[in-house]
Write a protein that binds this ligand. Structure first.
Ligand SMILES: Cc1ncc(COP(=O)(O)O)c(C=O)c1O
Length: 412
């Protein structure tokens, strides 16, 4: 495993010195977000050769106001699925016409609020289309989530247990419900899963385009997010293949319906994961015959991807300042939190040189689905958050923001 190219050794690669400086010696677990890295990802997505493309960052990946503000400055919109995140986006200066609200089981107040603001709404069922018509009144364009399959591993498949969207055979009923209430179904939407490779995503978009072609007022196709974020030793997401495949399906769709169709993306993890690093301190090391337990001052309650996805969550991990030539211990290393919760593992069975008490460990890919998933479970102190903007940015006290500030216990 390696992390980034220049800077301070972590024992598994090198991290930029300003990121390491911002994350160490803080006395408690610390997230560091480098907006320069986020901006670079935003630019990468902007440059994808896809016609009529609109990008809405999935705020569920990271709802930090400065992260949202950085996405706004890059010219992108924000996809939200709650009123709280809608407010975060608006507070960060994202104009309502750059917000997409897609949820399921929306209540009347949510629908009314979205309609009043004029944010783009994606609904999840035929009944919700009718309800939106009643609550919001006629004259709105809406999107509709369509269930065209889910990607499991690297295969697109149908799952009768998949709870989202309308089936393609329900589309005529949805169109009828929309007409009855003076609404237009202008878009189709699907989300195929997270951390995916390109090929099955393209298959999913082909199916979504098939569904879109049956809608009389189709104007946008929203294919969600899901772009894979590669571990250091794995290939990057193949955007060349992706854009070629998507273009072919969009061109075919546009020929069939005889009009331009906007292509909507909702990337979360791909934009935000690599701008974030999580720093923790080693407070104990237990050497067993077949493994090493490394105890830290953090917890899965505040680094929650391994809590939510214990079988799938992977993060690069290294020891700050460790000689890059140090070999990993021959035993698998389990990085643990400071609690009595049996599953409080920040990483399981990883390869790492033997850490020592007082070492700083750093986890990469910590900018997505980490701060937004922090839980009060275990009552842990909130980590610090430090926002940087490239190597020359000063780390000031005002740049440090307490997560869950109301429940944080400050150490001095
Ligand atoms: C509807 C929808 N769109 C976009 C995303 C973002 O996905 P990712 O972070 O995998 O890009 C999610 C995440 O769950 C989602 O549910």
């Amino acid at each position: 495993m390696s992390m980034l190219s220049d800077g301070v050794s972590t024992g598994v690669g090198r991290l930029p010195a300003h990121v390491v400086a911002a994350g160490t010696g803080k006395g408690r677990p610390t997230y560091v977000y480098d907006l320069a890295a986020l901006r670079a990802r935003c630019a990468e997505i902007s440059a994808l050769p896809l016609p009529r493309k609109r990008v809405y960052f999935a705020s569920m990946a990271n709802d930090h106001p400065q992260v949202i503000g950085c996405v706004r400055d890059a010219g992108h919109g924000v996809f939200v699925n709650s009123r709280s995140h809608l407010q975060t986006a608006l507070n960060a200066g994202v104009p309502p016409d750059r917000v997409l609200y897609a949820s399921s089981n929306m209540v009347d107040e949510e629908m009314r609020h979205c309609a009043d603001l004029g944010v783009r709404v994606v609904l999840d069922s035929v009944a919700q289309v009718g309800r939106f018509g009643v609550v919001a009144g006629p004259g709105h364009e809406i999107g509709l989530r369509v269930s065209v399959g889910f990607i499991d591993g690297a295969t697109l498949r149908d799952d009768p247990g998949y709870r989202f969207g309308v089936r393609p055979d329900e589309l005529p009923a949805a169109v009828a419900a929309a007409r009855e209430h003076g609404l237009l179904i202008a878009g189709v939407h699907s989300y195929f899963g997270t951390n995916l490779p390109a090929a099955p995503l393209i298959d999913g978009i082909e199916r979504l385009a098939e569904a879109a072609a049956t809608l009389p007022d189709i104007a946008f196709l929203d294919a969600g997010g899901g772009f894979g974020v590669a571990m250091p030793d794995k290939p990057e997401f193949d955007f060349d293949t992706y854009t070629r495949g998507v273009r072919a399906h969009l061109e075919r769709l546009e020929r069939r319906v005889g009009r331009a169709v906007e292509f909507v993306l909702e990337p979360g993890r791909y934009l935000a994961a690599n701008c974030g690093h999580f720093f923790v301190t080693v407070v104990d090391v237990k050497e067993r015959a077949d493994r090493v337990f490394v105890g830290t001052n953090a917890s899965v309650a505040v680094f929650p991807r391994p809590l939510m996805y214990p079988d799938r969550a992977e993060h690069p991990c290294g020891i700050v300042g460790r000689d890059p030539l140090d070999p990993p211990d021959e035993r698998p290393v389990y990085v643990c939190g400071s609690s009595t919760y049996s599953q409080d593992f920040l990483a399981r069975g990883i390869r790492l040189p033997l850490p020592q008490i007082g070492d700083t460990l750093v986890f990469g890919h910590a900018g997505a689905y980490c701060r937004s998933m922090v839980t009060r479970f275990l009552g842990k102190d909130a980590p610090l958050e430090v926002i940087l903007d490239g190597p020359s940015s000063a780390v000031s006290a005002t740049a440090e923001v307490d997560l869950l500030a109301k429940t944080a216990v400050t150490t001095s």
